[in-house]
Design a protein around this ligand. Sequence first.
Ligand SMILES: [Ca+2]
Ligand SMILES: [Ca+2]
Length: 290
Amino acid sequence: MRHTSTAYVLALIVALIGCKSDVDTNMVTPTPGNPSGGAGMPTGKVYLFMPEDLVATDSAAQVTARYTDPTKRYAHGILGDPIEAGGLFVTRKGKSYHYKLDEAYVFEDLRPRLADVDNDGELEFITIQTSLTMGASVAIYKIKDEKLQPYTASPFIGRPSRWLNIAAISDLDEDGKIEIAWVQTPHIGGILRIARVQNGALDLVDEVSGVSNHRIGSRNLCLSVLTTSAEGKTLYLPTNQYDKIRGFQLIQNRIQLVDSVVLAVDANRPLADQHNFLSPLPDRNCIFVK
Ligand SMILES: [Ca+2]
Ligand SMILES: [Ca+2]
């Protein structure tokens, strides 16, 4: 489904002279919109951006990622409106790339996350991708052979209207490989899952129940904090009751509870602002919309 209402469609007309490496193969039908150009955008193409149009940018400003192709084809609305994304648009070093999902999927998310998950020196794009019939998954995209394409993903939860929220992308046990932590079904009894990126796959390492990192309708996805100390990294998350936060470490492939703090958590504010964490790690993938 495509929407032409300029109330929530921001179309981008691009006129960047010298950008000749557009490898987009799924150009969105041009519609009237805001003709605001931007660095790294392909010449003469028009993309449908999301109403919020949140853009992830790396620290060196070489890579950007945002969602495109707004759609109402998935009637879940867990992130505050009925509009989800049908495409992913990425720029890297002046080149642009676009991946459009099959109609059976949406990105049920606010902004892609950037991280080098396979230690090859290039950033990947970590998304929450949902099957209309099987619910959400963590899905990683990568530029390979000059095309933006799926890299690996977690299994879908298994039924529609089941979502997850990513909590951390980091080498949690400091073994050299990146883990991704997420809370599956944070609204109905959340399960912390940690999976490791290795051999081109996302392998589940361990899981524990009893935590949450999102409230229905909220646009705050930032209810986790990662801290570091001589004892390792600790991932903090609220309990399902939002009356405590719990700290977990990944030790010998097991999620271990290492800290618990009584705290009345406000689900609509970043967790980092609600407690005096010792040595919190900065998180550019923390997504918070007021
Ligand atoms: Ca990489
Ligand atoms: Ca690791």
